[in-house]
Design a protein around this ligand. Structure first.
Ligand SMILES: Nc1ncnc2c1ncn2[C@@H]1O[C@H](COP(=O)(O)OP(=O)(O)OP(=O)(O)O)[C@@H](O)[C@H]1O
Length: 314
């Protein structure tokens, strides 16, 4: 995996696609009026802006870079939070799939880390499930089932490209005007490095909201395709129950143990579901969130398992 840091791919002339991936900060500052216009929202580690850049409407994700010092047993340590690409930017730019948000380019100048991607006109899945019903579209059972398939297909594509998402959650699933799910926020990860005067003494690879992190990722800090499958299982439970991800796995597990599947169903869609297919979907989510890595399916198995019912449901 070449070009792991947040930097331009070597080679190419100014006009070539390779160089265009590295977008000058001044162009983004102009387009966003110095990050004062068309602010879309903020997450745990970034803020996102919509703007017209080089004649194209895009979303600019501005990462929060942090540096600081800590003292441990009298020893001064320097801490740096940053972002690195997990594949080089050129490879990322070549990714093409209807269920992922297209990567456009990036900027790294001084302490600025900016990722530019296709703008999706819509809301994220979390907003649609948890937001004010007057401000967000209603998502029917059929649409939720299709969204579950869309997300699995998007993750399957990333896994086929050798990319682990690491931060899959319902806020990173964007729904366009047709309610097609598009996966955002892939291709880079946060790093936390702690230095003493002479050496790096700690690298913290964990990223993501805790409710989506599987036990292995949480304790050992090792992300894998399996940890993405776990996060997918939690997102699927959100779709089925309409509930917030926090504590959801335990809430659902209790009901599954007692065979109370219908109690899991979001009341907004309960009149639309087929009980058997709903149970299948809950069981798939539970397999994805199995405690043991080896008990979890591959995401391609999920695509096949859900896909088998797509024609019946959608
Ligand atoms: N490409 C995009 N097009 C349209 N809206 C986007 C795009 N990318 C992100 N957003 C929106 O911007 C808001 C903030 O996104 P952001 O990625 O910062 O949040 P997050 O995923 O919750 O947190 P984190 O910073 O940890 O990734 C969200 O409401 C999201 O829906």
């Amino acid at each position: 995996m070449g070009g792991k840091c947040f930097k331009a791919v070597k080679g190419g002339t100014r006009e070539s696609p390779k160089q265009e991936l590295k977008i000058p900060l001044r162009d983004i500052q102009l387009a966003t009026q110095n990050f004062s216009q068309d602010y879309i929202g903020t997450g745990m580690t970034s803020s996102v802006y919509k703007c017209l850049l080089h004649d194209r409407v895009v979303a600019v994700k501005r990462m929060n870079i942090m540096v600081g010092y800590s003292y441990l047993k009298g020893e001064k340590r320097y801490i740096r939070f940053d972002f690195v690409f997990v594949v080089d930017a050129k490879a990322l730019h070549d990714f093409q799939h209807p269920k992922i948000v297209k990567f456009v380019g990036f900027c790294q100048e001084g302490n600025e880390r900016l990722v530019v991607s296709e703008y999706i006109n819509g809301k994220n899945l979390h907003q649609c499930l948890q937001g004010n019903p007057n401000a967000v579209p209603y998502i029917s059972w059929k649409q939720r089932f299709q969204i579950a398939v869309d997300i699995a297909e998007g993750i399957q594509y990333l896994h086929q490209q050798g990319v682990i998402h690491r931060r899959l959650r319902s806020t990173n699933v964007l729904l366009d005007q047709n309610l097609t799910a598009r996966i955002a926020d892939y291709g880079f990860r946060e790093i936390r490095e702690t230095y003493t005067q002479s050496r790096i003494c700690d690298r913290g690879p964990i990223s993501g909201a805790l409710e989506y992190l599987c036990p292995q990722y949480m304790t050992l800090g090792i992300a894998s395709k399996n940890s993405d499958v776990y996060a997918y299982g939690i997102v699927l439970l959100e779709l089925l129950s309409g509930k917030n991800a926090l504590g959801l796995f335990y809430w659902v597990s209790d009901r599954v143990k007692e065979g109370r599947y219908l109690d899991i169903c979001d009341p907004r869609i309960i009149s639309e579901i087929d009980d058997q297919i709903f149970k299948v979907a809950v069981d798939i989510a539970m397999q994805c969130t199995a405690a043991n890595l080896s008990d979890r399916p591959e995401i391609s198995d999920v695509v096949v398992a859900l896909g088998a019912y797509r024609n019946v449901v959608v």
